[in-house]
Design a protein. Structure first.
Length: 270
């Protein structure tokens, strides 16, 4: 059922937030690192399974036996050029900083703030668990910080589209595990605002799932196979980030998902 992966993701955030509020700040850092590393290995496994779609017989029949690998390669190169020129990774990060400043009413930078005014000093951008903000400010900070972590990432887009295409919910199930564990840590420091971030996750990923349903209704299976194989390689980039091997700008490569079916159609017509 399209959308099931997003519902599981939302449930994991709510459950993780509740557990985090119950545990407080007692979760060891070592445990967080071990679990994150294990999830990174699972991402590699899912990436390999998706990338194996490059061997799909239907794709080979549509474009020739040698073309699928070249299509994926060209999609990543062209998509990477487009994404880097558009600075998608930087724009996503800038959007996150903008939302944080607007909703928490923090200054853009210390240099722009000038000398301290007569009002109370601004909150730091990332409060430590030992000294979290209080009252409404604590709720907003928890909501904004966790929403950015749960939304600003390629796995939210890749997993939701894959779910809509009918390729299964394995990517979103993995994201649910990541988000649920992150929600424990966030909620331990920032409280119930983290649980509220489940609402934008439902809307955001639901929209991309709907996009996947629309694409799957008119894209041939060969085009979907090319898109899935390309997305599998993007997941490798996500895994490398989780494993702290290399921080690749995966968001800059997202246009490759649009390029792959277009190139498949052009090669099939040639």
């Amino acid at each position: 059922m399209p959308g099931l992966g997003t519902l599981i993701n939302v449930a994991a955030i709510v459950a993780g937030s509740g557990l985090g509020m119950a545990l407080g700040g007692r979760l060891p850092e070592r445990t967080r690192e071990v679990v994150t590393g294990a999830l990174g290995l699972v991402v590699l496994l899912i990436a390999a399974m998706n990338a194996a779609e490059v061997l799909d017989p239907g794709l080979a029949a549509a474009v020739g036996s040698a073309a699928p690998t070249l299509i994926v390669l060209a999609s990543l190169l062209i998509g990477g050029v487009i994404g880097s020129l558009l600075r998608l990774e930087d724009r996503l990060e800038d959007l996150g900083h903008l939302l944080r400043r607007r909703l928490t009413r923090q200054p853009v930078a210390a240099g722009e703030a000038g000398a301290a005014e007569a009002q109370a000093a601004p909150e730091p951008p990332a409060p430590e668990p030992s000294a979290p903000p209080a009252g409404p400010q604590r709720f907003v900070e928890g909501f904004v910080s966790s929403s950015l972590v749960f939304l600003v990432g390629p796995l939210a887009i890749l997993g939701a589209i894959s779910d809509g295409l009918g390729n299964g919910i394995d990517q979103l199930a993995l994201k649910a595990a990541l988000d649920g564990f992150a929600a424990v840590a966030f909620a331990a420091a920032l409280g119930v605002g983290v649980m509220a971030s489940a609402a934008p996750v439902l809307v955001y990923q639901g929209a991309f799932t709907l996009l996947g349903v629309v694409l799957g209704s008119f894209l041939p299976d060969s085009h979907i196979a090319a898109l899935t194989a390309t997305g599998g390689l993007l997941l490798v980039g996500v895994a490398l980030r989780l494993l702290r091997i290399r921080s690749l700008p995966v968001a800059d490569l997202l246009p490759a998902l649009l390029v792959a079916p277009v190139l498949t159609a052009l090669v099939a017509m040639a």
